[in-house]
Write a protein that binds this ligand. Structure first.
Ligand SMILES: NC(=O)CC[C@H](N)C(=O)O
Length: 251
């Protein structure tokens, strides 16, 4: 059976483990550096990235996490996990926070605003849909979500999201992002892949649509650690049969 590590310091690690279970895969909680040796892939969940970074530092996890990424093992960061993987983050708390890095992008923390500005929206996911089937949209749950403002040449953009130019200009005035006065819409990036690194600004573990989890599991096959054929999809979840996806599973 395929086993996936889930960083379990803080945040929505239980929800990821439950989502993995729905696609027939075992998720194991990772809290210590030595536990990373038992897994060939890792999910870094959403939560609060500053707190998560402090806990990771306390448990001396950063060197092993960086090594894990450098070795090319599949790692998927969702929301705070995306911030962890980014080479550069803006909008951090005073003093900043340690990052794992590896993903060639600049991410803006809390880009969409505070907790009460959290939202769910349909986003276009052509790559996901072409690899996993199902609708060309995905219900993205954005909770105090970050957005990616810049990516390097190796990074494949998997999804973006329209924001008003005011929004971009409010959030980034300090960062010098250029927005024309009259432009009414701009897009920010909310899902990317770079080799074996996957990152989403939203929370696929909070919806019943398991396609991002199966997409990530196929990356394990790409590095010869298990294969997609070892991933058993459990009947009722098959997204192909779902007429309309998707509300958060907590509703
Ligand atoms: N849902 C989330 O993971 C939010 C992340 C949060 N904005 C942070 O900086 O940590």
């Amino acid at each position: 059976m395929t086993i996936v590590g889930v960083l379990a310091l803080q945040g929505s690690f239980n929800e990821h483990i439950a989502a993995l279970r729905r696609v027939g895969v075992k998720g194991v909680e990772i809290r210590k550096p030595e536990q990373l040796q038992n897994v060939g892939s890792l999910i870094i969940p959403g939560g609060e990235s500053t707190t998560m970074a402090k806990l990771a530092e306390y448990h001396n996890l950063f060197p092993t996490l960086r090594e894990f990424v450098k070795m090319g093992k599949p790692v998927w960061g969702t929301c705070a996990g995306l911030i962890f993987l980014a080479n550069k983050a803006t909008g951090q708390k005073t003093g900043g926070q340690e990052l794992i890095g590896g993903l060639d992008c600049t991410v803006h923390r809390n880009f969409f605003g505070s907790q009460i500005q959290s939202f769910a929206a349909d986003i276009a996911v052509p790559e996901l849909s072409s690899k996993e089937g199902g609708p060309e949209i995905f219900r993205g749950v954005f909770i105090r979500a970050p957005a990616i403002l810049e990516v390097g040449p190796e990074v494949q953009v998997l999804a973006d999201y329209p924001v008003s130019s005011n929004k971009v200009s409010d959030s980034n005035s300090a960062d010098g992002v250029q927005v024309g006065n009259t432009v009414s819409e701009k897009r920010v990036i909310v899902a990317v892949r770079q080799g074996n690194l996957l990152a989403t600004a939203f929370h696929p573990e909070l919806t019943a649509d398991t396609r991002w989890h199966s997409y990530f599991l196929k990356m394990l096959g790409d590095v010869g650690e298990g294969s997609s054929s070892s991933v058993v999809s459990i009947g009722t979840d098959s997204h192909l049969n779902q007429p309309r996806i998707d509300f958060p599973i907590y509703q």
